[in-house]
Design a protein around this ligand. Structure first.
Ligand code: NAD
Length: 338
């Protein structure tokens, strides 16, 4: 049983913790918080995770709040085979020094730069690159979404180039101070956005350029993807390949799943933990091959699509499973992923 520490118990960290706890070959040995808020309390009182503090000077605040702590992050990582760093982007470099000193392997999230680890991870496209490595980075929610479908399509269509427009949620549901509330914001206003270059960190050599904007919604991103292809393939062959691929689902607007709101309702119907939708839904009606171009539209539940990837990244780093598809299948089974 491998031991996993989760540094940063927010949107991503709390989901990674539950996903680790659902596996039979790894366990959570601790999670960390910097503030004694409701997440810190539920981590200890509802989930039973040992809680460590990210900023030792704040110990008294946790004591005053009556939240039991087990020690500091430095204590936590001593006990771990691997730490999954889910702190906000850009804290990574200072944490890397701490992990190196403790001799513990680490997995970062998409908010950090690829250069921090020199390795990025997606379970379908480049699992082997991180096998046995000390550090890797699970690419962002948007990059994970693009990579899952593009790496499914490439073997049959032989992708020449990709152009994608990413419509992004303005903030996560609990972020009351973020917007936009009433605007469509080119974000960034320059082209390309960082998503295309990020896909290249896990799909070497792919020609992909992205543009992105923010809209006033809190659940799900939506991608509009145009792919120039070299092979002569039928629309149905693309649909079939996407249907076969786990962690991707082909959905139908005609069946009532015509929007991100309905997709989130679907996740509730599935009875998922936190109503999460780990799979990338692709709209059946949007998939269309016209000459040498393929068009499709998909959505991304930003809080959850990267969670199973973190589990597979743990197995890769710790050399627990050399076959990516076996790790994917094991993770999927434990989490009820289609
Ligand atoms: P978050 O703000 O929800 O959670 C971050 C957590 O880290 C908080 O609990 C905070 O208390 C804790 N923290 C802050 N400083 C710390 C420190 N020095 N030591 C220990 N803990 C500390 O952030 P998030 O949305 O979960 O994002 C985490 C990472 O995941 C980022 O790299 C982000 O870019 C990436 N990511 C986020 C999303 C998303 O939609 N939220 C999707 C994919 C990837």
């Amino acid at each position: 049983m491998k031991t996993v520490a989760i540094n940063g118990y927010g949107t991503i960290g709390k989901r990674v913790a539950d996903a680790v706890a659902a596996q039979d070959d790894m366990k959570v040995i601790g999670v960390s918080k910097t503030r004694p808020n409701y997440e810190a309390r539920t981590a200890v009182e509802e989930k039973g995770y040992p809680l460590y503090i990210g900023i030792p000077e704040r110990e008294q605040l946790f004591k005053d709040a009556g939240i039991e702590i087990a020690g500091t992050v430095e204590d936590m990582i001593q006990e771990a085979d691997v730490v999954v760093d889910c702190t906000p982007g850009s804290i990574g470099p200072q944490n890397l020094e701490m992990y190196k000193k403790a001799g513990v392997k680490a997995i970062y999230q998409g908010g950090e730069d690829h250069e921090l680890t020199g390795l990025s991870f997606n379970a379908i496209s480049n699992y082997d690159d991180s096998y046995g490595a000390d550090y890797t980075r699970v690419v962002s929610c948007n990059t994970t979404g693009l990579t899952r479908t593009l790496s499914t399509i490439d073997p049959i269509a032989d992708i020449k180039k990709v152009r994608a427009v990413m419509v992004r949620r303005g903030s996560d549901p609990s972020e009351v101070k973020k917007g936009p509330i009433n605007a469509i914001v080119p974000n960034p206003p320059k082209v390309p956005s960082h998503h295309g270059p990020d896909v290249k960190t896990v799909m070497k050599g792919i020609d992909v350029t992205t543009m992105a904007l923010l809209v006033p919604t809190t659940l799900m991103h939506q991608h509009n993807i145009m792919v120039e292809i070299n092979n002569d393939v039928e629309t149905e062959e693309i649909v079939e390949a996407l249907e076969k691929r786990s962690r991707v689902i082909v959905v139908s607007a005609e069946e009532g799943l015509g929007s991100t709101a309905e997709l989130m309702e679907y996740a509730k119907e599935l009875g998922r933990n936190r109503n999460d939708l780990y799979e990338i839904p692709v709209w059946r009606e949007s998939i269309n091959v016209v000459g040498n171009e393929l068009f499709y539209m998909q959505a991304v539940h930003q809080e959850s699509d990267v969670i199973p990837e973190n589990i597979d990244a743990i197995r890769a780093l710790l050399e627990m499973e050399s076959d990516n598809e076996k790790s994917i299948a094991k993770t999927n089974k434990a989490m009820g992923i289609l």
